[in-house]
Design a protein around this ligand. Structure first.
Ligand code: ATP
Ligand code: MG
Ligand code: MG
Ligand code: MG
Length: 463
């Protein structure tokens, strides 16, 4: 008999159906005549309750082996459950234990563990309710992202992980060193250069696929990337990782207005899709992690995002009856506390801030006629702050050259980027959205390290 997933059984199956399941034991409770075993296979928040009784051939040995953490395959018949809160349960007729788990040493005891502790057992933490729910939501979110772009005719492009450019110009780079074991010297007289770069040229792990996505947009019009990104983030915050995934749409024949519309439509679509795909998990986050999760989702889906210019945002922050830790001044970047004030306290919904000062934004953003501001847009959201950063790109060759020079960069390094402005240039725009930031925002999880399976941040390299 084909194995069925527990999510599908709990959602659709009827009493009297014969089923086989495979999964891990969450708890086993021995009563006088029965043993209740809760089994989870990762497909669903709730466990399937399995009833074992003395009619099983190997009942007594089974009781020794079926402990929390053990892997099992169980066949039997579904019956209506007399217990509250569950529709059906499985009456076992055949049980096989694949691998036991010593209850004395199994790290996941039946209690609530702190997320700090769970981070130290990254190889087991996905077997907990919360982390399990996070990764199901993460999966649904990734699927919704592809669906959104694919339905709109965007081409998914794969930009390189090893690059020669620092797209953001922020200098938060990991560099790549080539190190070929075959070149290890055979005699002590030979030396090896451990600081070699990428076969003679400097190379870095990508901080953003944007520049390469722009190349692709100049042939396919609408493209998007969805891949890993690396930043040597010095800070130890709850919203930054050294390795995170980024979604970067890039659209030719598009201005800032079109970009803002896409960003809003995108967030609405992804939230609605995840609510539909994982209602139980989202309900769980609302109950157990942060009681604003569902409200925030509805807020995103139903309210039109606010739009203000950076200049207006500064005026609002200056007027605010709130003490900020960081200064508010035209020309300074907004800090997370400012971003959250705007989205959370003032507008109580997502806010798109546009037209930032040229000095604080990257070289590729299109210069406005005032020559002081650029066509940038940041989407700020309640509880999290910046979730999206984007802009219309500079499509005019001479101005772009000047901007590159003004930032102390060498135009020759970006000759190919400049050539895109020489041959068939066109207004274009795009944005970058941190995937983990989005999942964190959606689930209400307080630390970004708990929404990625293998977090890379200072002091977290474990695998
Ligand atoms: P922040 O102000 O939060 O540091 P940023 O302005 O440096 O973000 P961008 O270069 O605009 O970031 O990158 C686009 C998006 O990528 C951000 O809006 C955010 O969602 C996400 N992001 C940026 N840095 C990180 C990071 N270190 N870890 C996780 N996500 C990140
Ligand atoms: Mg940053
Ligand atoms: Mg920022
Ligand atoms: Mg940004």
């Amino acid at each position: 008999m084909a194995t069925r997933r527990i999510a599908e059984i709990l959602r659709n199956a009827q009493p009297q159906e014969q089923v086989t399941i495979k999964g891990w034991v969450r708890t086993a409770r021995e009563l006088k005549e029965f043993t209740f075993v809760e089994v989870n296979d990762g497909s669903f928040l709730a466990n399937l309750q399995v009833v074992l009784d003395g009619s099983l051939a190997n009942y007594d040995t089974l009781l020794q082996e079926i402990t929390t953490g053990a892997s099992v395959e169980i066949s039997g018949v579904l019956v209506e459950s007399p217990a509250k809160g569950q529709r059906i349960e499985l009456k076992a007729s055949e049980v096989r234990v694949y691998g036991g788990a010593d209850p004395e040493t199994y790290p996941l005891q039946k209690k609530r563990h702190s997320f700090e502790f769970l981070r130290t057992i990254g190889h087991l933490r996905s077997r907990t309710n919360t982390i399990g729910a996070v990764f199901r939501v993460r999966n649904a979110c990734a699927a919704a992202i592809h669906q959104f772009f694919q339905e709109r005719g965007f081409l998914w492009v794969h930009t390189p992980i090893i690059t020669a450019n620092d797209c953001e110009g922020a200098g938060e780079l990991f560099s790549v060193t080539s190190f070929n074991l075959k070149n290890i010297p055979l005699t002590p007289q030979q030396t090896v250069d451990y600081t070699q770069d990428f076969f003679g040229k400097p190379a870095y792990l990508t901080v953003s696929g944007q520049l390469e996505a722009e190349i692709m947009a100049m042939a396919f019009r609408d493209v998007y990337t969805f891949g890993p990104t690396f930043r040597a983030e010095n800070s130890n915050t709850s919203r930054h990782l050294a390795e995170f995934w980024m979604i970067e749409p890039e659209m030719a024949f598009c201005d800032l207005e079109g970009n803002m519309q896409l960003a809003e439509e995108f967030l609405k679509f992804v939230f609605a899709s995840v609510l539909e795909a994982c209602p139980e998990d989202m309900e769980f986050f609302n109950q157990r992690i942060n009681d604003t999760v569902l409200e925030t989702a509805q807020n995103i889906i139903h309210n039109q995002f606010e739009r203000v210019t950076y200049t207006e945002a500064i005026r609002l922050l200056e007027k605010a009856d709130k003490k900020f830790e960081y200064p508010v001044n035209w020309g300074l970047d907004l800090q997370s506390e400012h971003e959250r004030y705007l989205a959370e306290d003032l507008f109580k919904k997502p806010v798109i801030v546009t037209d930032y000062p040229v000095e604080i934004k990257a070289f590729y953003m299109r210069l406005n006629d005032d020559e002081k501001t650029v066509r940038a847009m940041d989407v700020l959201a309640p509880n999290i702050g910046e979730i999206i950063g984007g802009s219309q790109r500079e499509e005019r060759l001479e101005i772009l050259e000047k901007r590159i020079q003004a930032q102390g960069m060498n135009p020759e390094d970006l000759w190919w980027y400049l050539e895109l402005r020489r041959y068939g240039t066109v207004p274009h725009a795009g944005f970058g959205l941190g995937f983990e930031r989005l999942v964190q925002f959606m689930t209400g999880m307080s630390n970004i390290r708990d929404v990625i399976p293998f977090p890379r941040a200072p002091l977290t390299i474990e695998f």
